[in-house]
Design a binder for this molecule. Sequence first.
Ligand code: NAI
Length: 795
Amino acid sequence: MATVKEVLLSMDYGPAPEANDHVKAWLAKHKEGLRHYIGGAFVPSSGGGTFEVRDPAHDTVLARVADGTPADVDAAVAAARKAFTRWSKLSGHQRARHLYALARLVQKRERFLAVLESMDNGKPIRESRDIDVPLVARHFYHHAGWAELVDVEFPEHVPVGVCGQIIPWNFPLLMLAWKIGPALAAGNTVVLKPAEFTPLTALAFAEICREAGLPPGVVNILTGDGATGAALVAHTGVDKIAFTGSTEVGRMIREATAGTGKKLTLELGGKSPFVVFEDADLDAAVEGVVDAIWFNQGQVCCAGSRLLVQEGVAPRFYDKLRARMETLRIGDPLDKSTDIGAIVAPVQLQRIRELVAKGQAEGATLWQPKTQVPTSGCFFPPSLFTEVEPASTIAEVEIFGPVAVSMTFRTPNEAVDLANNTRYGLAASIWSENINRALALAAQVKAGVVWINCTNLFDAAAGFGGYRESGFGREGGREGLAEYLVHPSEKNAPAKSDTPAFVPSALPSDPSASESRGIDRTAKMYIGGKQARPDGGNSYTVRGAAGSVGQAGLGNRKDVRNAVEAAAKATAWSAATAHNRAQVLYYVAENLASRASEFEGRLSAMTGCASDAAANEVSLAVRRMFWCAAWADKFDSAVHATRTSNITLAMYEPWGVMGVACPDEAPLLAFVSLVMPAIAMGNRVVAIPSSPHPLAATDLYQVFDTSDVPDGVVNIVTGERDVLAKTLAEHDEVAAVWYFGSRNGSTMVEKAAAGNIKSTWVNHGNVRNWSEAGQDRSFLHRATQVKNIWVPYGE
Ligand code: NAI
């Protein structure tokens, strides 16, 4: 070992290894193999199969674990179901005590868990010790609090049931805590499947559950690979799937769960922008990049992997960044002065190498420091690509390694365009000393988490999750807890049988006939604030109790596309003040009320309902409009209590363009109940009215026209609901779809929505009583997504 004098002369780092004897002893105790944790017992795989778990830094075998079979999934789900009955009936306080016990035990084992995590995953001990494991304890404490409060804070809500939870390998124990904490607090039981590369801390956590006296079956841990995960997703005894991992697998899970009634949250990939303005504190921003893309070897879903640097400071910024990169130390994860540890597995290392080679082949400039990289084990040096084309592979694809790709921009508008030039929308980091500019960009960037002058901050009190193909749903905070609760009316399984959907029969247009009559009685569609004839020129007869009551346009894909285009252009509505939106909604209500008798007549003629029922429906529709107008400026965002010297804003934002397919029952009231909250929250809507009873909705466009509703905010396309809804669900510009129709139509919409991972709300063929269950806050929640903006303050 070097003497003190020698060290002072060279200023080299000496070795600073973290002892791992206790972990080695634990692994030796389990050398016969680690088992699943089911119903409070450790059990082998029913098939007897096991697989190896390796240390990626040293390429050694750490343990063997059970390979989960479908029979194991059955057993784990049965154990969770059995435990659910009692666990969900415990008082919040009793559940809080259990979660508190878990938090305490995690804290007592912090060193053990951190070392085990670093050995299993390859991440530096500095990160597992100082970030991952303390955050794990924090999550259990925070959710012990939610267990205590959930009954009061979420009245009329119940736990979802048995939750299947599938997690990745990049933050194995932290992802477990993100999933198990809120699930248990809300009264659910879980079957969790860790990633095949990194199952060890989850099994150590199973021991903690046992020691903490958690009732058997409340937490079940099942090891295995993608096939085990797929069996869990497919299991009919599971009420909810919560998944974190790749967008590809997320899309498969969306398709697999379509039509099953399973609740779903997806936390998927990202290609998050890291924007440096010329007025940024460049030294701080350089440290930000280190935390953004070299933290956890860049294997972070929200890694700031796309640097966008304002042109004027780019050369200076890159010089500083390269100088900093030269100081990064790569090596043994258990060395306390290691900055960059091992990549999780050879297959991931290979993937990184291939993508880096592709970046070079596509003409980008690669720079790597001269830092020594270990010659054995899975290591990759920190890397910076400059001269990257926005359309190149490395600018688009998640590399999931320590590789930053960089582009320059000139104006703030160009920064917004580049930042949003991705199919993902998980996170963004913005660096500027001008808080106005930073917040303006934060509002425009499409991402679920925005860090201003900071990056990769996480806390149990703040929601985390993505926009667009980064998934839907949030983890953490109030919004994360809500994902594990359900209103009893929404807990319905799909309807037992399906009613056949109404299929309108096309009538070719006959202009001469209408000319000769002098009146064309076909109700027009409404697109971009204009009455529109259907693209195909066809219409269909709308039949009432006493025969035909008119005709409606038979819309096709082109009509839907035109309507989406019109809605996409109406961005001013989303940017309007809430007060302005409220004013417009009140005005719509006023104008509907003044034409009440006309609408009542239309409803009676169309549906055959009695005149007092029609009057009631119109009156309720007016009232609902008032309700939406009232909420437009009261659905307040929140400030989360994360850490000191930080404001974490949980902002409700509209989806943007929404598709809304309306049911056949209460054709006016249901239309209003769905479309109005959506626009009250700032969305622009393409609405499909009831196919057999579309005329009350088409009459509404005259009301919209006379009520200052801007063009394109509400678009109405009539025709066959399921045909039109499919086009909406497949459309990449549509961010969320609500579908109220048949069971089969619900399945179709959920499947079609997998394309761009859009959020859906479907009724699975269950008829809703729109008079009684047509307005509550859940409509507003479903019309928005939460963006968490972290703003630190102080010097
Ligand atoms: P993955 O998405 O395949 O694995 C994540 C989890 O899903 C694991 O537990 C796995 O066993 C499970 N899984 C795999 N196939 C499944 C299926 N059909 N049904 C249910 N569960 C299934 O990710 P993988 O292959 O480990 O990594 C591939 C790429 O995915 C990475 O290079 C990275 O780009 C991305 N990724 C993103 C993560 C994120 O947090 N956003 C995490 C892990 C990977």
